[in-house]
Design a protein around this ligand. Structure first.
Ligand code: AMZ
Length: 280
């Protein structure tokens, strides 16, 4: 076997490593209200719009179009304080083959255990991170890698209980505390931007990502491929994914294009010298 064979093999492995290390998850959001797939504007339950009566069909469509994760929110659950849409969630988990993360109404250990037993890969805790941080610490120990904290901010302060309340807790301080307690990642949502197609809050995301060493997933406001590309500047700081909602449902963003632009196997990461010689 020639030396050039091994050199080319090494180059390919290098490319794989680069591709593996540098890819941002584009995560479609499926918000569930009364078993249907809806979108709200700025989290306002009075401004809900039904996009599809069959969330499992929506989930399958996103997977077909290249989703590597799905983000599910039990909006009824977030409002009333316990899971409500488990039926729809179970159907989605059963009928898709990508990992699913779920938040909304998980306020005690049993709700978390029950969702994980359905095959949900990661759970998202919001309100309890503010109200019972010690429960989050316990759950992080019990389910390492599976507890993600959702920090939903209004002017830098954390909102809770379906975003119907705003606490005095600073988003950054809470993120640092949760990172120290073992959270696998922080999902940061800018409430004023959510469902409004105004673009993500890049400065808040930068500040957050610089303050913690665990991955940050951006959420809220994505309106275009340009918005998604702009997030790549934050990737070296640890922004590893982005949740997209309304823009996918209105067609402003094509999931396939988004994945091709910033997701797994994106073209800009192939090293320039990995030309035809490597494949000869
Ligand atoms: O849109 C809303 N009003 C809303 C929403 N999307 N309220 C809560 N949530 C989501 C959070 C997080 O993923 O973004 O529910 C989860 C937090 O729920 P809880 O019950 O833990 O606070």
């Amino acid at each position: 076997m020639s030396a050039s064979f091994f050199i080319n093999l090494l180059r390919l492995r290098g490319a794989e490593l680069v591709l593996g290390a540098m890819s941002m998850d584009v995560i479609p959001a499926i918000d569930l209200l009364e078993g249907k797939c809806v979108r709200l504007v700025q989290g306002d339950y009075a401004r809900s719009q039904v996009f599809d009566e069959n969330p499992a069909a929506v989930a399958r469509q996103w997977v077909e179009q290249g989703a590597t994760w799905l983000h599910l929110v039990d909006l009824d659950g977030a409002k009333v304080g316990h899971p409500v849409n488990q039926g729809a969630i179970a159907t989605i988990v059963r009928s898709t083959n990508v990992p699913v993360q779920v938040g909304g109404g998980l306020r005690d250990r049993q709700s978390v255990v029950d969702l994980l037993a359905l095959g949900v890969r990661r759970v998202i805790l919001g309100t309890v991170a503010v109200e019972q941080p010690e429960l989050v610490a316990q759950l992080c120990q019990e389910f390492p890698g599976q507890i993600v904290v959702g920090i939903d901010a209004r002017n830098g302060k954390v909102a809770t209980r379906g975003w119907l309340e705003t606490s005095e807790v600073e988003a950054i301080a809470l993120a640092q505390q949760m990172a120290n307690q073992g959270a696998a990642a922080i999902i940061y949502t800018d409430i004023y931007r959510d469902g409004t197609l105004q673009g993500p809050n890049a400065s808040a995301l930068r500040e957050l990502a610089e303050a913690i060493a665990i991955p940050v997933i951006a959420s809220g406001g994505v309106s275009s491929l340009t918005d998604l590309l702009s997030l790549l500047a934050l990737e070296p700081l640890g922004v590893t994914g982005v949740i997209v909602g309304r823009a996918l449902y209105t067609g402003e963003v094509s999931l396939r294009e988004a994945v091709r632009a910033i997701g797994n196997g994106r073209l800009q990461d192939v090293p320039p010298d990995l030309g035809s010689s490597a494949f000869a």
